[in-house]
Design a protein. Sequence first.
Length: 317
Amino acid sequence: MFHKQYKTLERFAFRGLSSIRKLNISACSIEKVSSSAFQDLVLLEELDMKNNPVVGSGLPNGLFTPLPKLRRLFVSASYTSTSDMIHWEELSNLTEIILTPRSNNSFKHVAALPNLRKAYFIYCSFCSVLTPVIMRAFRNTTITEIAFIACGISRIEDGTFDGLSSLEVLNLADNSQLKGDDLIDALSTSTGVTVKTLILDLVGSESSLFIAGLHEHPSCRSAWKHIRKLSVRCTNIVALYVRLFENCLTNLEAIAFGFNTIAKCGNGFSQCLSFSLQTLLHLRYIDMAYFMVSDTPGLEIISGYQKSSNWVKLNED
């Protein structure tokens, strides 16, 4: 039902489809929905209704009540906020949600969902500065993955991630104004957080971790040693410190450099990258798709660096 024009979802709109477990009605121009529209979908586990006008104008009371097995709900909208239009008491079984927050109250509602594990916030217009106040709601919860994607974040205050002891995955992709050194300071000054996966695709302008002084930060050893997976695709990487991984990211198992083109760095950068990778004894996966250094493909950069055949996986496609 993807991308069809329905306008209205009437009562029992999916009658006879009781075996459906995933339903995608995103971008279908739905403006009105009956509270009984999902009445027959007793086995539904995943519902994607993002980018529909009704998501922003209001969802009727009782809409999600007939969905006892619903675990994943996607209701983000690029043109409007969505979270204040949801009857949260109907979603106690959710484990994953994607939405467009309206205010700090949105985070409180999400954090209160007892079974939630993954929370993705998209187009969060009031989050240009990520603060401890915003993240406070997620302390002492069981949420393991949080994403702020395309939220226009330009700064992260120190201590923002304090107390997020369950947080394992932090995704800040597509925040082009975010400075690498701000993120370093925020993670390094936050206590009780052990992020294992850090996603920074499309983050920063010549300010990725590789030029932000991570290798010299006094708290980097303790704050970053837990990271196992790091993605910095499309981040305008312009420099790499020889001792970066050796000092701070010693437990990396996977790293993604893809879609970066480094100009005017020549063999010095190539040798530096190769040397740095050799310090990562736990590394099992490297993504260097469309990675270029002065017109040299990423595969050539680490050619001649010998490990067992299952040590490194290169993605050149």
